[in-house]
Design a protein around this ligand. Structure first.
Ligand code: PLP
Length: 449
């Protein structure tokens, strides 16, 4: 499992790829100048849970390449499905046309969510835009054009396009664009920011946040179109977890005050929190569900919004303008839908959700030593997510931890002082134990401030 053995000895290619990339590529979510100190990692290929550079150095992809990869890189089953699709149909416009992969995928997603017609986008943020526009347009079509505002939770993250950013509450992404963003409404996060080690979120923890939500909805429901939430876990805010009781009360309040509940399953969907979708753990029925990331097993950009029949019906009319005229060129790409179908096939044939449940129990035991480390706080877990905070982080903790972890063969990307594991589901017990051991060593490498 060592990361440092050179197989091909091609350090020249590594260096050239880095230099060409820095000259030509503007990398996402990056202050490019930081690459003067923190080098880019050129990836030559992927294999299971590992990314491999041109020298043969291997990195365990412990964050599933930004939370998208479920069944490993270069997965033979998804590869085979894509190769077949490639020789049949790569893409056809979805306005006025349809095809087998998009029909089958929509039927299967409908069954999995209990919702109706599937509307496709590309990335997660485009799904959020679609859901927000659908909600607003529903109220307009049903004679309530004054419902123009959206409510989101403190610490929420729903993407980086302007509409999605307007319901996001993470300062580092939002602040520079403040003047461009619509004024929306924030309600408190339903749980403690950082519970003590091992402390579980409880139904009572959510009560103050429920009371605040109720007050806001009671006062301003006539101007509110929807509440949008990341169910059970806020990812970009630092893997903040909360109890399903909040979702249950939020559902009741949204129904009472005639407000849509939009559930953003972009990170949490496809088994990440232990159920196929996180909202299932609250046994609720949202009005709109957004999904992306794991939808294609981490292969191709595809996102989807599923809506209630009531919402769909409000757009169904002789009048073109009452229809949902939103579109993206690659809406419902046949290749991307095929990758999604292959991913759903793996879930079904391998009983992934059940197996992950057992796996998570074993991984929890293996993660135990982390809680014993003097600088680790609030080790928590949900489904296939583990997270904890580091005491006394230095100024550039996240970047330094990332760089030290790479030296040990780990791809970990802390959020502030929160370190988290979100591995592909194919990670084995040995690999997880190694991940824990190397993480402990990395904590010591980085040192305290
Ligand atoms: C909950 C949530 N919503 C939306 C997004 C945006 O997705 P994308 O980056 O694909 O636009 C993300 C991305 O991390 C997310 O975690």
């Amino acid at each position: 499992m060592s990361s440092t053995t050179s197989i091909t000895g091609n350090s020249d290619i590594n260096a050239k790829q880095v230099s060409r990339s820095l000259d030509a590529v503007w990398h996402p979510c990056t202050q490019m100048k930081h690459h003067e100190q923190f080098p880019l990692v050129p990836i030559a290929r992927g294999e299971g849970a590992w990314l491999i550079d041109h020298e043969g150095n291997r990195y365990l992809d412990a964050v599933s390449s930004w939370w998208v990869n479920l069944f490993g890189h270069a997965n033979p089953r998804i590869n085979a499905a894509l190769k077949t699709q490639l020789d049949t149909l790569e893409h056809a416009m979805l306005a006025g046309f349809t095809h087998q992969p998009v029909i089958e995928l929509s039927e299967r997603l409908g069954k999995l969510t209990g919702l109706g017609h599937a509307f496709y986008g590309s990335d997660g943020a485009s799904a959020v835009e679609i859901a927000l526009k659908m909600s607003f347009h529903y109220w307009r079509n049903t004679g309530r054009p004054g419902k123009t505002k959206f409510v989101s939770l403190e610490g929420s993250y729903h993407g980086e396009t302007l509409g999605a950013l307007a319901v996001t509450d993470v300062a580092i992404f939002r602040d520079a664009y403040g003047p461009l963003l619509n004024n929306n409404l924030l309600v408190p996060f339903p749980g403690p920011r950082a519970a003590a080690n091992g402390e579980a979120c409880c139904p009572a923890c959510v009560l103050p946040a429920v009371a605040a939500l109720e007050k806001l909805l009671a006062e301003r429901h006539h101007e509110i179109a929807a509440l949008i939430v990341e169910p059970l876990v806020q990812g970009a805010a630092g893997m903040r977890m909360y109890h399903p009781a909040y979702l249950q009360r939020a559902r009741e309040l949204c129904t009472q005050y005639e407000i849509h509940l939009i559930v953003d399953e972009i990170m949490t969907g496809f088994g990440r929190t232990g159920s196929m979708f996180a909202f299932k753990q609250a046994a609720i029925r949202p009005d709109l569900v957004c999904m992306s990331k794991g939808l294609t097993g981490g292969y191709l950009p595809l996102s989807c919004v599923l809506s209630s029949d009531d919402i769909y019906a409000a757009f169904y009319d002789d009048d073109t303008a009452r229809g949902f005229l939103h579109s993206h060129s690659y809406t419902g790409s046949a290749l991307a839908c095929r990758a999604a179908l292959a991913t759903l096939d793996i879930f079904a044939t391998d009983a992934v959700i059940d197996k992950n449940r057992d796996k998570a129990i074993r991984f929890n035991a293996l993660a135990g030593p982390l809680a014993q480390h003097a600088r680790v706080r609030n080790l928590r877990h949900l489904g296939m997510i583990w997270a904890f905070e580091i005491d006394g982080p230095g100024k550039n903790f996240a970047r330094e931890f990332f760089a030290h972890a790479l030296k040990r063969g780990l791809l970990l990307r802390p959020i502030g002082n929160t370190v988290y594991f979100m591995p592909p589901y194919i990670v084995g017990d040995d690999e997880f134990a190694w991940l824990v051991a190397q993480t402990l060593a990395t904590i010591d490498d980085v040192g305290a401030s």
